[in-house]
Design a protein around this ligand. Sequence first.
Ligand code: COA
Length: 176
Amino acid sequence: MSLKNCMTPDTRDCHDDSPLLMRRGRPDDIDRALDFERHLSPGTRYFRFGKMQDLGFDRDRLAGLFNPDDDHNIHYIVTIAVDSREIMIASGRLVIPSAGSSGEMLIVVGDDWQGRGVGRRLVTQLCQEAIVRNVHTVYCQVLPTNRRMQTFMRSCGFKPAINPCHELLLRFEKLV
Ligand SMILES: CC(C)(COP(=O)(O)OP(=O)(O)OC[C@H]1O[C@@H](n2cnc3c(N)ncnc32)[C@H](O)[C@@H]1OP(=O)(O)O)[C@@H](O)C(=O)NCCC(=O)NCCS
């Protein structure tokens, strides 16, 4: 895959003058999300989804992830406007299985937007959503090879913890 094809579509020349919009995902974002996922580099895809290719996303599966009224799946996306089109550049979800439980955070920023503060903004927002819902612990499961995410987690105030769910994945958690 060429570098060009790895990048978020149509956003290469507008990093510095495009305001970012962070909002809850909604049903009409499904095409945006498919486009976003298609343009992730294999490395980013692997760190987020554990697979480099063929994620097998389809519209039916995504539909459940883009319900702005779902209190168990708080999904925020970040977008920019390009030529009057809204392009997705990042996604962050907080999954809360049941009331009073801890929330798992799942986050991915498009390759050419990484290192620009987008991930931090998503984490801040998702932690605020946790507080509003009386979720006291937010955690993330991270591949041991994902050093960047580990540094990022620490910089957002998360601490390493024993992972009761998965012996191979590292767990970072934060009391919010
Ligand atoms: C990890 C990830 C979510 C971070 O989001 P981001 O938007 O790139 O991070 P930010 O720009 O908000 O960075 C916040 C902090 O993270 C750390 N950080 C970010 N990029 C880094 C890098 N390349 N190397 C080391 N630390 C880095 C820094 O401490 C930074 O703090 P600073 O802004 O004070 O310098 C993003 O890089 C990503 O999507 N990676 C691929 C998918 C992935 O790994 N998802 C997590 C699955 S568990």
